[in-house]
Design a protein around this ligand. Structure first.
Ligand code: ZN
Length: 226
């Protein structure tokens, strides 16, 4: 798959496997490494089996960084939590399409509260409902794995799903960004970018890169144009 118009790539390391005992230093290191966004994977122990963290972590990071705080809510009742993440200093808030609530209303709420709105879709979830929601989403995020754990293998169907969403966005003339989250490595990231991804989320590839965070971020950004 060849993308005729390479786009600028934003790199969004997920702090899921950062050292939480020194999280401020970790985020400073990501900023120095050239990361664009800090991806915060919020899991509630209900929508996902694990529990990670809530708005208190976002609030503690807010004064320490100018980076965009990209909050991915893997929670069953996002409407209960969106205002707290806004108040904590989130820049973007993404919700899962599978929550089965009025997703369009929640995306409007996120925008009305001053954040970028994001819609997230798990690997098995059909894309049919997406076109009607696209105008309400500043970002559509395709999951490359089922939410819950770092270090899972990328579902190979994800690349084709990114390409389909790219076509939907371009057909409507929207500037919605496509984000991909889960299973990103040196093989899957180029595929995702070629299919049309704009924002690359990664925990392992950045935090465990043998040459450090800066090398990982530079390598991912080099998949797009300057
Ligand atoms: Zn995420």
């Amino acid at each position: 798959m060849v993308d005729p118009m390479p786009r600028r790539i934003l790199v969004a390391p997920s702090i899921l496997i950062a050292d939480f005992s020194r999280l401020g230093e970790e985020v400073a290191a990501l900023e120095a490494a050239g990361a664009d966004w800090v991806h915060c994977d919020v899991m509630d122990g209900h929508f996902t089996v694990p529990i990670t963290f809530g708005p208190v972590v976002v609030r503690s990071l807010r004064p320490l960084t100018g980076l965009f705080l990209d909050c991915h809510l893997m929670v069953t009742n996002p409407q209960r939590h969106i205002p707290q993440f806004v108040e904590a200093g989130a820049d973007g808030i993404s919700i899962q399409i599978e929550v089965g609530e009025d997703v369009g209303r929640l995306l409007r709420l996120i925008r009305d509260l001053g954040c970028r709105s994001g819609l997230v879709i798990n690997p098995p979830t059909p894309l049919e409902g997406l076109p009607a929601l696209l105008p309400l989403a500043d970002t559509v995020m395709l999951m490359g794995v089922m939410p819950g754990y770092a270090s899972q293998a990328y579902d190979p169907a994800t690349t084709g799903r990114i390409a389909r969403v790219r076509q939907m966005i371009d057909a409507e003339g929207l500037d919605t960004l496509i984000e991909v989250d889960g299973g990103i490595n040196a093989e899957t990231a180029p595929e995702a970018v070629a299919a049309g991804a704009d924002v690359i989320v990664s925990s392992n590839f950045v935090f465990r890169h043998p040459e450090g965070y800066g090398a990982a971020v530079r390598w991912l950004k080099a998949l797009g144009r300057d």
